[in-house]
Write a protein that binds this ligand. Sequence first.
Ligand SMILES: Nc1ncnc2c1ncn2[C@@H]1O[C@H](COP(=O)(O)OP(=O)(O)O)[C@@H](O)[C@H]1O
Ligand SMILES: [Mg+2]
Length: 325
Amino acid sequence: MSNESDAALVDCPEPMIRSDLPLPGRREGKVRDLYSLAAQGDGAQRLLIIATDRISAFDVILPTPIPGKGCLLTQISTAWFSFVRSLGVIGDHVVSTDARDVAGLNASQRLSIESRAMICRAAKVVPVEFIVRGYLAGSGWREYQQRRSVCGVPLDEGLRESEKLAEPIFTPTTKAASGHDEPMNYQQVCAQIGTETAERLRDVSLHIYTAAAEFTLSHGIILADTKFEFGYALDGQSRPTDELILIDEVLTPDSSRYWPADAYTPGVEQHAFDKQYVRSYLQGLVDAGTWDKTPPGPPLPAEVVQNTQARYAEVWNRLFASSTN
Ligand SMILES: Nc1ncnc2c1ncn2[C@@H]1O[C@H](COP(=O)(O)OP(=O)(O)O)[C@@H](O)[C@H]1O
Ligand SMILES: [Mg+2]
């Protein structure tokens, strides 16, 4: 995907479905592969996160990768981590995105992870997904129709699908080790992680969402909702410290709903830049009775792969490409 005449394109030397690096502690998430790295500089634990081209929907990993997606996600996330740093509300896990900083790899192994690697501070993950919604969509919309509330937050009567909320709301879920995440209310979050931590992380999540949504809107994109993860940074002996940091990916099209602002029409599902496009394709298969949302997932046709690539690239282009020219 390298193309010097178009700085908007993200450099991504090689597609990757699965990494195979000679490093310890390998584990696999749905989209990313993780490795442990030897402690660096400050003696604290490090983690190497490799964003592959895998795509998951309805918590099922699909057999068809989206070439270059991991690179785009890493670039988008990195740009947003810088944005969040500039807000000064919380530290984060990013140490480096330079593949040359990973020791113990040969040239071809290093090339294979270029533009997809993030060296991070390892953390003990806070077992809650910190979701913030500014608009009513997806599971939030479904819950609202049943109860007039989302995750225990009461909302006005008469809201339509995709409608902008009077103010952003905090709608956490559990972070299930496997299977689906379940909605939680704020009191349940307090009971699980302590009131002080719950309050701090809720406020930080709302703060980041609000600033980010303002930024995306100035680039013609509505940030309908997003999910944050936090953790306690580990010290050199792998013990959690009391320092809370922002971890995982941040404000990517995998963890957020992005809608083109010029086509925004409340009352219907929006034409999204994010994974929603793939979910809609798959929902068509479910409605036709050819898939039931359980593994194995169905392959994606070439057209869906291309359109998905284009949507992820469009997010990068609109939000960040001009500032890196
Ligand atoms: N700094 C960190 N320390 C420890 N774990 C992390 C850190 N950043 C992200 N993670 C975890 O790494 C995994 C990333 O891989 P991913 O493919 O997103 O997994 P998942 O299938 O759980 O979404 C997630 O489980 C996330 O919680
Ligand atoms: Mg994830």
